[in-house]
Structure formats: C-alpha cells, structure tokens
Design a protein around this ligand. Structure first.
Ligand code: NAD
Ligand code: IPM
Ligand code: MN
Length: 369
C-alpha cells in the first residue's frame, strides 16, 4: 500500500514559520512511529501570486483534490492589500474550500490547564473548557450572489453581498455537528439570527428537522448569534457543540480563541464529503492568519498549526491515538512553562522562539515513547 499523501501549503507571513515546525513533527512520526507520509509542498496566497500572478494555480488546485489531506499555514498580508479583489491571497484559500466542497469547518476551543491564567477571562470561567464550533464554510454571505460593488445613476456606490442558504447546505453541516456531539457530550446549540433574517429562519427550521428526524437523542438548543457571542464570554462551559453559518462562525471562533489564551493555540479541520476510500476530503489549518505584525521574527506560536496536524491524524488517517499523543506533547510542553511571545504576558515561564517551541514539542513526543 502506498503512503498517505499530504499537500503542504505554507502560504504567507508566519505560515511558513509555523509550518516548518509541523514538518519536524511529521518527520518525527515517520522516524519514530513508522507513519510515513508522502509530502509535497506548493504555493498559495501571496506567495503563489508573486510566483504565478494568481493566489492558487489550477495545478495546485488539482493536487489538493488528489491528496489524502491538505495542510495550510496562512495567507494574506499588507503587501497584497492593493491587489485586485479577484487575485487577493484570501481568494486562493476560498477557492480551495469551495472547490473541495469543505462544508464543515471544525474549530475546537480547548483551554489547556497551563493557560487558564492567560485568557482575558477569569481562570474559573475557562479552566477545563472544551467546546467545538462547527462553522458552515462553503456558502452563506461569503459566496452568495448577487455580489459586487456597483455605481448607482447618481454616482454613489453600493456594496452588495447576499446571505443565501439552501435546505441541503444547512442539513449536511447540521449532520456533522450532531455526529460530533454524539462522540462528545451530546449537546448541540445552533446559532443564527432568525429574528431578523429569512436565511436564519430556514437555518433554525432545517437544523430542527435534522434533529427530529435523524438525531432525536442529541440535545438541541437554538440561540440568536448575538446572544450566543455574549454567552460565549459569560459562561462558555455551557456549550458542547455550536453549529452556525459561515460569517457568524468566523467571528464566534475568533472570539472563542481568546477563551483559550491565544489565537496561536486554535487549530481547525475543514471537512467535505467522504472520498472513495471513505475518508473526508480535508484541509487542516490554524484559525489564525498570517500575523504580519510578528512575521519574520521567530515569535509565532506554532501550536495551532501543530494541533491542526493532530486533527489530520484523527480525522483523515484514523490515527486517533497518535493525535492524542501529539496533543499531550503540546500539553506537557505548556505544563513545563515553555512560552512563545503571545503567551508571555504573565510572570514566569521559559521564553521560546517558534522553532524552540517546535523542538520542545518534538522532545515531548520522544518522551512519550
Ligand atoms: P491574524 O490572525 O493574522 O493576527 C491577529 C493577531 O493575532 C495579531 O496580533 C497576530 O500577531 C496574533 N497572532 C496570530 N497568530 C499568531 C500566532 N500563531 N502566534 C502568535 N500570535 C499570533 O489576523 P489579522 O491581523 O486580522 O490578519 C492578517 C492577515 O491574515 C490578513 O491578510 C487576513 O486576511 C489574513 N488571515 C488569513 C487567515 C487564513 O489564512 N486562514 C485567517 C485569518 C486572517
Ligand atoms: C479564517 C479567515 C478567512 C475567512 C479569510 C482569510 C478568508 O478569517 O479562516 O477564519 O474569513 O474565512
Ligand atoms: Mn477568521
């Protein structure tokens, strides 16, 4: 049997810096656990624009479609701010998500004990937190038509985006959320704004339909997304799985990131329908962006990207135990007080660069044998 295949797209800014640390982890699994991946690396985002004039070439898109899993660092940066919208770095990422049909974006927010003090909330509010946000990723206002900027007869301009969801788009992401809940604490909270948006009314009805017809054993609640944002910072441990649309999910997951201490800790998995081998099409990426303010300084926290690889082990390669081994290695390193700059606002701890953090995680993996 051939080795499982990975396409690595480091991207821009801190993307290549954190991905270099993931490569150390991948090499470790090959050398020490006999889990060898066929790894190919390619360009995405601004890096691809610089080389090819497009944030994602058709060749790279085809490779992404053919591998077992894609790992992505981050895209974007001020250098590309003035580019035409159609070739902005972010369009490369959005094309990957859309063409691979990665409709379920899993964004876990877990607070490691060692970091309970680092959240902007009180430690007792976040200690032991373990929630899963499931963000719809291929529809809604990100992709709805009509869209664009138009000039009106009086010369003024209007910017248009359309929030649009079909029954099936809602049902399939709802199923992902209910499936996850069954393997966790069996609770789903669905968030929309059914009080002001028709798409929110449909969202609520369809999530309820999937519940009543297919997952009556899972506890389902509904919340308006603005109230959900408030509840997320008031008492986040009330949630198990949250399912929500593309835009609300984008915002709520950044908000949830601060519950864990740093955006540099949050991984994600973007999953589509099963391929012929029964595994989902998948792209794994940290929730954070290219962090232009710290790029090139060895300050980036690689944990989010490394934990995204752990999600790949679990969801794409059926290696749940190895995923747990990697997550424990990260936990042990944090327990030992190793801290990248984003985690240095408190007294104590051993300051670590991006690469020292990667080395410490590899050493903790060694210690796990
Ligand atoms: P960002 O996530 O890049 O940065 C927000 C803040 O968090 C910054 O202060 C940054 O230094 C810090 N931060 C982020 N990741 C960190 C890490 N691993 N370690 C330590 N600190 C970290 O968001 P932004 O500044 O709004 O966006 C910058 C660029 O990234 C934009 O072009 C945006 O479009 C893009 N972006 C890309 C993705 C992605 O590729 N998935 C996600 C979000 C933003
Ligand atoms: C994310 C990012 C992206 C999004 C951008 C970079 C396209 O913010 O992955 O959360 O808005 O989905
Ligand atoms: Mn975002």
């Amino acid at each position: 049997m051939s080795n499982p295949s990975l396409l690595i797209l480091p991207g821009d800014g801190i993307g290549p810096e954190v991905m270099a640390e993931v490569r150390k982890v991948i090499d470790w699994f090959g050398a020490k656990r006999g889990i060898v991946f066929d790894v190919e690396e390619d360009l995405v985002g601004g890096a691809a624009y610089d080389a090819h004039g497009t944030p994602l070439t058709d060749e790279t898109m085809a490779k992404a479609q053919s591998v077992d899993a894609v790992l992505l660092g981050a895209v974007g940066g001020p250098k590309y701010d003035s580019l035409d919208f159609s070739v902005k770095p972010e369009r490369g990422l959005l094309r990957l998500r859309k063409e691979m049909d990665l409709y379920a974006n899993l964004r876990p927010a877990q607070c490691f004990d060692a970091l309970a003090d680092f959240s902007s909330l009180k430690p007792e509010i976040v200690a032991g937190l373990d929630i899963m946000i499931v963000r719809e990723l291929t529809s809604g206002i990100y992709f709805g038509e009509p869209r664009g900027i138009q000039t009106l007869p009086d010369g003024s301009r209007v910017g248009i985006n359309t929030q649009r969801y079909t029954t099936e788009e809602i049902r399939r992401v709802a199923r992902s959320a209910f499936e996850l809940a069954r393997r966790r604490n069996n609770r789903v909270c669905s968030m929309e704004k059914a009080n002001v948006m028709e798409s929110g009314i449909l969202w609520r009805e369809e999530v309820q339909w999937v519940h009543d017809n297919e997952y009556p054993d899972v506890e389902l609640s509904h919340m308006y997304a603005d109230a959900g944002a408030m509840q997320l910072v008031r008492w986040p441990k009330q949630f198990d799985v949250i399912v929500t649309d593309n835009l609300f999910g984008d915002i709520l997951s950044d908000c949830a990131a601060m519950l864990t201490g740093s955006l540099g800790m949050l991984p994600s998995a973007s999953l589509g329908a099963p391929m012929a081998n029964g595994r989902p099409k998948a792209l794994y990426e940290p929730v954070h962006g290219s962090a232009p303010d710290i790029a090139g300084q060895g300050k980036a926290n690689p944990c989010a990207c490394i934990l995204s690889f752990a999600m790949a082990l679990r969801y794409s390669f059926d290696l749940g135990e190895e995923a747990t081994r990697l997550e424990k290695a990260v936990q042990n390193v944090l327990d030992d007080g190793v801290r990248t700059a984003d985690l240095m606002q408190k007294e104590g701890g051993t300051p670590a660069s991006t690469s020292q953090m990667g080395d410490a995680i590899v050493a903790a993996l060694d210690a796990s044998l």
